[in-house]
Design a protein around this ligand. Structure first.
Ligand code: ATP
Length: 462
């Protein structure tokens, strides 16, 4: 087992790079901070995560509608939502190395150390924080933090002036609120109902880091679930549970997941409840936010209605009145979810041949569902048969092919990327049309008739 958790994230980062999951963005030019590229296996994992979310939130329900709104966003939208004036983080600069940090991410110095510095300098030093880069002092009294807006600006059109200024969206949610009336008019939904979206979001984070945990370009899976005012608490509780179970149903160990319920004094003024689903990422803190679930009341709809002059109320034909619905927002990060699934799945197990690295990913999330091997790479017969099985399975599953090295090594390679099953074509196959199927987690092998392979795998995976 991997005992050292800090070590675990390093191992996952190295595996992700070595096996084609995730690479640094613009890497051949030295990289671009806070950006990552998903490779062949990473994109499969990421798409599986998104598909699972979309399936459970949109496809399996008749009360939630999907949208895919534009990333380029009008300044007016983000003025109305409050992002232009308030979407800021406190920025501080170290006077020694001149690097910049988010004040609330700086380590709080321990009391004894503070007392020591205080004695030495002969004054109170509660306002001194330690620079994570050079270890120097950051004196917040001399250099107080300033508000740094996280929005990415760009220009839409050939003229770069204030009239063509546009933003890359900092969250997918606003594209949902601005389409609220379109959904009402075209789909005629009745409360309660939801609008869901998966897509890229951009934030000029002061200190991106911890691999794909905090990046400047990332993906979100967001739902705005509209309800009658007065019913928001009930729906909020339900969404908290639903979202928590989504992660555990997909294999995250319950022990590594918890809620952080915001106390009253930490809630934004319009919210009557916010909970984060936190995962034991073991970064600076043990637990960090994976997904936020918030009651947003009618804050967004009423602000957009006021700013745009468009009526964004819902007409209730039962009570014959118009009102702004309240909204519950479960907002999850795709990349953070991928990181949580990878960390949770990673393990090292000792067997007689040494230590094997395994990604015990839920088969639904695994990049490849099955690998097909000819036992020997120089026996035409076996290769031909294996290719025909590969082609057949490929119609229904993502299949890996490997004919390099001995079987033990091939199993190891598939274990490392989380492939739940390996199918080997051997000499017995040529006699009785059976293959060995090896299970990633138990390492047990069983013989299965080729004609039953598809249903066997379907039973285990779908
Ligand atoms: P944090 O406090 O970690 O900055 P947040 O509270 O600002 O996050 P939200 O605005 O609630 O995050 O966004 C919803 C989800 O989007 C988060 O739970 C997270 O999974 C994801 N997310 C937000 N910012 C980033 C980022 N910079 N990189 C990767 N994922 C992110």
């Amino acid at each position: 087992m991997v005992n050292n958790e800090q070590n675990k994230i390093e191992k996952v980062v190295s595996l992700a790079k070595r096996r084609g999951f995730i690479f640094g963005g613009s890497e051949i030019y030295g990289g671009l901070g806070g950006t990552w590229d998903y490779g062949p296996l990473g994109v499969l994992l990421k798409n599986n995560v998104k598909n699972e979310w979309w399936e459970s939130m949109v496809m399996m329900r008749n009360d939630i509608f999907g949208v895919d709104a534009a990333i380029l966003t009008s300044v007016k939208v983000l003025e109305a939502s409050g992002h232009v004036s308030n979407f800021t983080d406190p920025l501080v600069e170290c006077t020694n190395c001149h690097r910049r940090f988010r004040e609330d991410h700086l380590e709080v110095l321990d009391k004894k150390l503070l007392e020591k510095i205080s004695k030495k300098l002969g004054r109170e030093v509660d306002h001194i924080k330690r620079c994570p880069h050079c270890g120097g002092d950051i004196d917040l009294k001399i250099n107080p933090s300033r508000k740094f807006n996280l929005l990415f600006k760009t220009y839409a059109g050939p003229v770069e002036d204030s009239a063509s200024l546009a933003y890359l969206r900092p969250e997918t949610a606003q594209g949902i609120f601005t389409n609220f009336k379109n959904i009402l008019d075209t789909m005629r939904p009745k409360l309660p109902f939801g609008i869901a979206q998966i897509g890229k979001a951009f934030r000029n984070e002061i200190t991106p880091g911890n691999f794909i945990f905090r990046t400047r370009e990332f993906e979100q899976m967001e739902l705005e679930f509209f309800v009658r005012p007065g019913e928001e608490k009930k729906h909020f509780e339900k969404w908290r549970e639903t979202r928590f179970s989504w992660y555990t149903d997909l294999g995250i160990n319950k022990k590594n997941l918890r809620f952080y319920d915001y106390p009253k004094e930490e809630l934004v003024h319009y919210s009557s409840g916010t909970s984060d689903v936190e995962y034991r990422f073991n970064l600076k803190k043990e637990f960090d936010e994976l997904e936020g679930i918030a009651i947003r009341n009618d804050y967004d709809l009423s602000h957009h209605a006021k700013s745009s002059g468009i009526d964004l109320t819902y007409f209730d034909d039962k009570e014959n009145k118009r009102f702004f619905p309240y909204v519950i927002e479960p907002s999850a990060g795709v990349d953070r979810a991928c990181l949580a699934f990878l960390l949770d799945a990673y393990c090292e197990e000792e067997d007689k041949e040494g230590v094997r690295m395994v990604l015990k990913l839920n088969p639904k999330l695994a990049p490849y569902k099955v690998a097909v091997f000819p036992l020997l790479a120089n026996k035409e017969q076996l290769i031909e048969k294996a290719i025909s099985i590969y082609k057949e399975l490929n119609l229904d599953f993502m299949v890996a092919w490997d004919d390099a090295g001995n079987i033990g090594k091939r199993y190891r390679r598939q274990d490392e990327v989380g492939t739940p099953f390996c199918v080997t074509v051997d000499f017995e196959t040529m006699e009785n049309d059976t293959v060995t199927v090896r299970d990633r987690d138990t390492m047990k092998q069983e013989r299965i008739e080729i004609k039953k392979l598809k249903s066997f795998l379907e039973g285990k995976i779908k």
